[in-house]
Design a protein around this ligand. Structure first.
Ligand code: NAD
Length: 367
């Protein structure tokens, strides 16, 4: 298969971690007989330095012409970088908002996986973390409260603020279809999260999700209220496979789910549109505090690249091979600084390595 991937190395640790993800993709391509072509575009601070704005239209066009986009991360130190002296619409993050909008990326996917070897970093009780978990949070990204009408005004002598939570049937249907499609590639269970005991938008959400479920008889659907879901994520995360939810609930729940895994350097993510196209990126930022030191953890970006193979290219076997190589590297005792055990006894059992070495060791394990 021929894969055309646009890369956005970005700022800070971005170029370092994207280099490792490309290395791993190339290894998987050579083992399984695929051909990958890459093209880089600038976004964020790197684009501001070159063009004065965080994303130029030509870069958007290049991204649109690709099969998928692999991104590092963008932005700098928000206190000290001159990029943050610019008006908000010229700062690095404006590039990210623009590309998401231009590419119509309405579905955000964030896996939260607890690796046995990193269980100590999990802040949950041992008896809960011992069961492990592997879930995918599917969040609607372009509708709901964050995009509804809002205003602040004076009424009866006091200030009043209004935000509007709106969803159309079609917006719900397209994300629900994505959620069920993803569940078909996993353990075939969808937990749809809403607040249907209170909100009309949630009642419509539930109705449309039930309609979509009829086309996926193999997938088990359950509904859960968002307050209960927040509790269940810390009480029994092993019960979840795909969590399907609207924008604001997903924003909060996906951060909660990532916290219980214990390490930011391990968290992959994807944003998809209604074709197979997607933008794949680690959940963390550009980590300016460690940029250029060769110590950043590239695993989140490597796992994002594996998601790309699975969800854009339907190369499940290749994605499995990368995920297994990551697991194996952890089993073999290699750690970047962010996932090093904190206690002396734990430290003695593993070996601290840098960004490039982690990439190399993962490549070696793809056979
Ligand atoms: P951050 O995620 O960059 O860093 C938080 C902490 O986690 C830091 O100590 C950092 O060293 C560590 N860290 C993050 N990724 C790591 C990795 N792969 N390996 C090892 N350690 C890692 O968050 P921040 O410091 O709040 O933000 C820095 C910049 O990143 C800001 O400009 C912010 O706007 C931007 N940002 C960008 C994105 C994105 O590109 N999608 C997302 C979040 C933040």
């Amino acid at each position: 298969m021929e894969l055309h991937i646009v890369c956005i190395p970005g700022d800070g640790i971005g170029p370092e971690i994207v280099t490792e993800a490309k290395k791993v993709l190339d290894k998987a391509a050579s083992v399984y007989g695929h051909k990958i072509s890459y093209e880089d575009i600038l976004m964020g601070g790197a684009s501001i330095d070159a063009y004065g704005i965080p994303l130029i239209d030509e870069a958007v066009a290049t991204a649109k012409a690709a099969d998928a986009v692999l991104m590092g991360s963008i932005g700098g130190n928000t206190q000290t970088s001159p990029w943050y002296q610019l008006p908000p619409d010229r700062r690095p993050e404006a590039g990210l908002l623009k590309i998401r909008k231009e590419l119509n990326l309405f579905a955000n996917l964030r896996p939260a996986v607890l690796y046995d070897e990193l269980a100590k970093a999990c802040p949950l009780k041992d008896e809960i973390s011992a069961k492990g978990f592997d879930m995918m949070i599917m969040r609607e990204l372009t509708g709901g409260l964050y995009f509804g009408e809002r205003k602040t005004f004076e009424e009866d002598g006091q200030m009043k603020a209004v935000d509007t939570l709106t969803y159309t049937e079609n917006e719900i249907r397209r994300i629900a279809i994505k959620g069920f499609d993803i569940a078909m590639k996993r353990r075939k269970k969808v937990t749809s999260v809403d607040k249907a005991n209170v909100l009309d938008s949630s009642r419509l959400w539930r109705k449309v999700v039930e309609e979509v479920a009829k086309d996926y008889p193999e997938v088990t659907l359950e509904h859960m209220l968002v307050d209960n879901c927040a509790m269940q994520l810390v009480k029994d995360p092993a019960q979840f496979d795909v969590i399907l939810t609207e924008n604001m609930f997903g924003d909060i729940l996906s951060d909660e789910a990532s916290m219980v895994t214990g390490s930011i350097g391990m968290l992959a993510s994807a944003s998809l549109n209604d074709t197979k196209f997607g933008l794949y990126e680690p959940s963390g930022g550009s980590a300016p505090d460690i940029a250029g030191k060769g110590i950043a953890n590239p695993i989140a970006t490597i796992l994002s690249a594996a998601m790309m193979l699975r969800y854009t290219f339907d190369l499940d076997r290749e994605a499995d091979a990368i995920e297994q190589a990551v697991s194996q590297v952890l089993k073999d005792g290699y750690r970047t600084i962010d996932i090093m055990p904190q206690d002396e006894e734990g430290k003695a059992k593993v070996m601290q390595i840098g960004t490039a070495q982690m990439g190399d060791l993962i490549c070696e394990r793809i056979v």
